[in-house]
Design a protein around this ligand. Structure first.
Ligand SMILES: [Zn+2]
Ligand SMILES: [Zn+2]
Length: 361
């Protein structure tokens, strides 16, 4: 890791009380958490655009999120080394947001700003904890403010036109009647299914739009995928002000690797298109030859509240979609509560047995 000094940060000082301005979820405002002073988020002055995949060529082979940068806090002067795009000063809490483009990186094109604020996420977490059976007491603490981190996570989106030539076989079922002798020695008949295979070939075409691929491996992809779907059409052109007060991870999944992942997913859909096109009762695919054209991509930041809590020496992560308030998380079970529930169930059974015995006498 090499540290590159000299990342400029915006002050984000509150013009009214001198504290700090943070992006206020669900608005187009920066707001001071102390005095409530508000200021408009700067206008990006452009629309969200997709980029041609050829724009990646000069970046191929460049490291993604390996270089660390030194942020100098415009408020207290403290220096923080980080590979994030934005974070909070650990000494005074002021937003540290990288303002200028990163020379060796794909720039975020769009951001889906936070819509669920801290109160909203606490409500969502309390609801989630209440709906969990046998949750230990430590889970109840998950909605405590200091363990909540608003984080923008990098995602890639891909668009592509595809045209696929395939060859294969179409299977058509037919039935014959067979006679056989059953165990009693009687002659019986039965229907037997067979398949006739015929050669098949053809061409299918499909356009893919905004196929989403996770751009970080620091958060469990299985959990992150469960936060989908995202209202992608509400994404705004990237503007550093939206990041003020939040942590923003840089991508560590390179765009080429993400495109490979996207193609694997496109291939699944294309294969099912081919089978549909073949028709019949069963299909076999021998060759599937896809041409991709107009491949476009963009780097998009999606807002997630991340809560971490400790239980039994293990840390558990809970994610909240900061647009839809959907909660996805790992959770432990309380052995004590399960034991208590089992004991209560056994006691109930014993009580019923006693009542039945008593009523018979
Ligand atoms: Zn203020
Ligand atoms: Zn500071």
């Amino acid at each position: 890791m090499t540290a590159t000094p000299g990342v400029s940060t915006h002050g984000y000082a509150c013009a009214s009380c001198g504290a700090r301005l943070e992006y206020a979820p669900g608005t187009t405002m920066l707001r001071c958490p102390y005095c409530g002073h508000e200021q408009q988020v700067a206008q990006a002055g452009r629309a969200v655009q997709e980029h041609a995949i050829s724009e990646l060529a000069p970046l191929v082979g460049k490291p993604a999120a390996t270089a660390e940068y030194v942020f100098t806090c415009a408020k207290c002067g403290a220096q923080t080394t980080s590979d994030a795009l934005s974070l909070q000063c650990q000494f005074c809490g002021a937003p540290l947001v990288r303002q200028q483009a990163m020379p060796d990186q794909v720039q975020p094109e769009a951001v889906l700003p936070f819509a669920v604020d801290k109160d909203g996420v606490r409500t969502a977490l309390r609801g989630w904890v209440r709906s969990r059976w046998f949750a230990p007491g430590s889970l109840k603490k998950v909605s405590e403010a200091e363990k909540l981190k608003g984080t923008y996570l990098p995602h890639w989106t891909f668009d592509a036109g595809t045209r696929t030539d395939y060859t294969g076989q179409r299977g058509e079922h037919y039935y014959t009647t067979e006679t056989y002798t059953d165990s009693q020695g009687r002659t019986q008949t039965r229907q037997v299914r067979h398949t006739n295979w015929y050669p098949a070939a053809g061409t299918v075409a499909r356009d893919f739009d905004d196929l989403l691929v996770i751009g970080t491996d620091r958060v469990s992809p299985e959990h992150l995928e469960k936060l989908e779907p995202w209202p992608l059409e509400e994404a705004q052109p990237y503007q550093p002000d939206f990041l003020a007060g939040y942590q923003t991870l840089r991508y560590d999944v390179a765009p080429e690797a993400a495109l490979d992942t996207a193609k694997v997913r496109m291939d699944k859909v294309i294969r099912s298109d081919c089978e549909q096109d073949i028709g019949g009762d069963e299909q076999r695919l021998h060759t599937v030859d896809t041409t991709y054209f107009n491949v476009m991509f963009k780097l998009l930041l999606l807002p997630v509240w991340i809560a971490v809590y400790l239980h039994g020496g293990r840390s558990y992560q809970v994610l909240v979609n900061a647009r839809t308030a959907e909660v996805i998380g790992q959770r432990p079970y309380s052995p004590l509560k399960i034991a208590a529930a089992v004991a209560a169930a056994l006691a109930l059974v014993a009580l019923i047995v006693v009542l039945v015995v008593v009523s018979r006498n």
